[in-house]
Write a protein that binds this ligand. Structure first.
Ligand SMILES: [Zn+2]
Ligand SMILES: [Zn+2]
Length: 307
């Protein structure tokens, strides 16, 4: 184990390479472990209602950034944005502490191409824990699969964001501490401070956010219903859809990944799509792609059953 090189990867993931070894490099994943351990400080930093509000806001805003920007924009290009907005979306997504937008999008495109086959980076068929988090903690998927994202690699600002993927989360955590420190000084009646806001607004919120996102790779390929006869095990799961702002309609999504809308019917709540529609009205995004009516009707499981 090359400790110096591993520590270097924390600062600059551009030097990473993928290995056939599915083992875990425990030094490299210390920051991931540290995120979880830091949550144990809750009894020490205490509780306040403003900390709970910030915890929830930090969770929902960054969940939206992951589903709408990392997933529906960077991975699937289901709508269009200007170049500056694209970078800002990448920065907001990076606060979620799920690596850079290129790494995320590249592995996700690989997942769609080979979903639930032996080449899928995170198929539950290879073990639930592997599909949930073993895959990205292993040495197999450390580097960005650049051949999957030629359309994104042309932007140097995105390559920079992807390479130094720890910078944005550290700044975001520092902002949370600063917010708590400011509130302690100017609104002491709220009963919070820098450390409490750091733990609730960054560490706890980020851990819940990461595992909620990961449930789409694990649970949404194992638990739920199947409307479409896709080649994979993807499922629609309304509970996951509520938790992840629409990502739980995962069987819909595997049937037609090119749609910005993943809840294909009005009763399939897809909050990310509703917010994207509002952003389109404000001119922040454009050309939101939808599922064509004939595609929405095609390959439905009940049609196959009635033959
Ligand atoms: Zn999937
Ligand atoms: Zn997808």
């Amino acid at each position: 184990m090359n400790v110096k090189r591993t520590l270097g990867l924390w600062m600059d993931s551009g030097t990473a390479s993928n290995s056939d070894d599915a083992g875990i490099d425990w030094i490299r994943i210390l920051p991931f472990i540290g995120l979880h351990v830091a949550c144990l400080a809750i009894p020490w930093v205490g509780f306040s209602w403003v900390a709970v509000v910030v915890f929830l806001a930090s969770f929902w805003i960054r969940m939206f950034a992951i589903t709408a920007f990392y997933h529906r924009y960077f991975a699937h290009r289901t709508f269009k944005v200007g170049r500056i907005t694209q970078f800002l979306f990448g920065v907001l997504g990076a606060t979620a502490t799920q690596r850079g937008p290129l790494w995320w999008a590249a592995h996700h495109r690989l997942h769609h191409k080979q979903a639930d086959t032996e080449h899928d980076p995170h198929a539950p068929r290879h073990g639930f824990l592997w599909s949930h988090m073993g895959w990205f903690l292993s040495r197999k998927h450390l580097a960005t699969e650049t051949d999957q994202i030629p359309d994104l690699m042309v932007y140097p600002e995105l390559r920079w964001l992807d390479r130094f993927d720890l910078i944005v989360p550290v700044i975001y955590a520092a902002c949370m501490f600063a917010l708590g420190a400011c509130l302690a000084r100017w609104a002491p009646g709220l009963g919070t401070d820098g450390w409490q806001m750091l733990v609730w607004g960054y560490f706890l919120s980020t851990v819940v956010l990461i595992h909620s996102t990961l449930l789409i790779n694990s649970m949404a390929h194992a638990v739920g219903t199947r409307r479409y006869e896709t080649r994979d095990d993807s499922r629609n799961n309304w509970l996951l859809a509520l938790l992840t702002l629409g990502e739980g309609w995962h069987n819909n999504h595997h049937h037609y990944p090119g749609s910005a809308r993943q809840g294909f019917y009005w009763w399939e709540i897809d909050i990310s799509y509703y917010v994207l529609c509002m952003m389109a009205r404000l001119g922040l995004v454009r050309d939101l792609k939808k599922v064509p009516a004939n595609v929405r009707q095609a390959r439905q499981v009940r049609d196959l059953a009635s033959r």
